[in-house]
Ligand binder design. Structure first.
Ligand SMILES: [Mn+2]
Length: 324
C-alpha cells in the first residue's frame, strides 16, 4: 500500500507557509478531480492511499540557535518522522511524504536507514539547492539548507564561516545520528543551480553526481535516467526527494526559495513517473510547497497535485518496467 505521510513542520524554513503545503495539494485535488467529472472527489481515498498526519510543533519554537535555527524542535521532528517512516516500511508500505520544508527529509532518511539497515540506500535529490550546509557554513541558519549534510554526516569545517556554540554542536551531532551514513557517491542531484561555495567544496570533495537543468536538456530525461541507473546500480533501495523549487518559478512560484531557469512541469513529470515506476524506489517526498507565497488561486498546489497523482499511480502500478 501507499502510505501518504503529511509532515507540516516548517521549522527549517526562513519563511512561514510551507506548513500549508498539504492543504494546498488537498484542495487542488478536490477541485481538479471535480473538473474532470470524477464522481469521487477524493483521489487519495480512491487510490486506497492511507493517510497519516504527523503532529508538528511549529507554534512552539523560535529558538536562539542562530546558526541552526529551531534545531531543538527539528531534532524532535526528526524523531517523529523517522519512527513513522520506519513503521510504515516495516508494514510493507511505500511511504510518500508531503513535508513542509526540506529539513524534514533528514528525518525521512533517518527512518529509511533504520528500516533498511542491511541495504545500501541511494538518494535522488531533485532540487535547485544542494542542501549541504552545516551550522559551521550556513549563511542563514535555516536548517532546510542542511538535510543532505545530516545524511552524509558532514560538518564541512574546512569551509567554516561560523563558530557555533557547544549546545548547537551537541544538537547538530544528535541530528546527524549515529546510525549508518548515506554514501556521498550514492547521492544524485537533479536540477541543481543555486550552490554556495561551501557546498561546491563538498560536491568536489566527494565527487558527487550533479545533473543541471542544462544537462537534462542536452541529454534528455532518458539520458539522465540511464546515468542515474548506472550510478546507483549498487544500491538496493532508492529514495526520491522532490523539492518543488527544482522547477522554474513560472511553474513553481509558491515556494520559499525559487530560482530561475528550472525544470518545466513536464520534465518533472517525466522524471517522477520514471522513478516511481522502478521497483527499487521505496519512498518519495514532495516538499517546500508554500501557498502563502503563491499567486492567486492555488497554482502551486495544482502542479504538485498533478505530479503527486502520477507518482502515486506509477508507484501503485509500477508503470514502466524496471527502467532504472
Ligand atoms: Mn531543498
Amino acid at each position: 500500500m501507499i502510505q501518504l505521510i503529511s509532515v507540516m513542520s516548517e521549522l527549517g524554513a526562513g519563511t512561514r507557509g510551507s506548513s500549508q503545503g498539504f492543504h494546498a495539494i488537498n484542495s487542488a485535488s478536490l477541485d481538479l478531480q471535480k473538473d474532470q467529472g470524477d464522481e469521487s472527489t477524493k483521489f487519495f481515498a480512491k487510490n486506497k492511499v492511507i493517510h497519516l498526519e504527523i503532529d508538528h510543533i511549529n507554534p512552539l519554537y523560535r529558538s536562539e540557535y542562530r546558526h541552526a535555527i529551531n534545531i531543538d524542535g527539528i531534532d524532535r521532528m526528526f524523531q517523529r518522522i523517522s519512527e513513522a517512516v520506519q513503521h510504515s516500511v516495516n508494514k510493507k508500505n511505500i511511504p510518500v511524504i508531503i513535508s513542509g520544508d526540506h529539513s524534514n527529509a533528514g528525518g525521512t532518511l533517518r527512518g529509511l536507514k533504520k528500516a533498511y539497515s542491511d541495504s545500501r540506500i541511494g538518494v535522488v535529490w531533485i532540487d535547485a539547492h544542494a542542501d549541504l550546509h552545516s551550522p559551521f557554513t550556513t549563511p542563514s541558519g535555516n536548517i532546510h539548507g542542511m538535510p543532505m549534510a545530516t545524511a552524509i554526516s558532514e560538518d564541512n569545517e574546512e569551509s567554516a564561516i561560523n563558530d557555533p556554540d557547544d549546545k548547537t554542536i551537541d544538537l547538530w551531532n544528535q541530528l546527524k545520528g549515529d546510525s549508518k551514513k548515506i554514501l556521498p557517491e550514492d547521492i544524485i542531484y537533479i536540477g541543481l543551480r543555486s550552490i554556495e561555495e561551501a557546498e561546491s567544496f563538498l560536491i568536489k570533495k566527494h565527487n558527487m553526481a550533479v545533473h543541471t537543468v542544462k544537462d537534462l536538456r542536452d541529454k534528455g530525461v532518458s539520458g539522465i535516467l540511464s546515468e542515474v541507473r548506472s550510478k546507483l546500480s549498487k544500491c538496493d533501495v532508492i529514495y526520491i526527494s522532490f523539492d518543488v523549487d527544482s522547477m522554474d518559478p513560472k511553474v513553481s512560484n509558491g515556494t520559499g526559495t525559487p530560482v530561475d531557469e528550472g525544470l518545466s512541469e513536464n520534465e518533472a513529470f517525466q522524471l517522477l513517473r520514471n522513478f516511481a515506476s522502478d521497483e527499487k524506489v521505496k519512498c518519495v517526498e514532495f516538499t517546500e510547497i508554500n501557498p502563502l507565497l503563491d499567486s492567486i488561486g492555488d497554482p502551486m498546489g495544482e502542479v504538485a497535485f498533478r505530479l503527486l497523482k502520477e507518482t502515486i499511480s506509477c508507484l501503485n502500478n509500477r508503470c514502466i518496467n524496471n527502467f532504472l
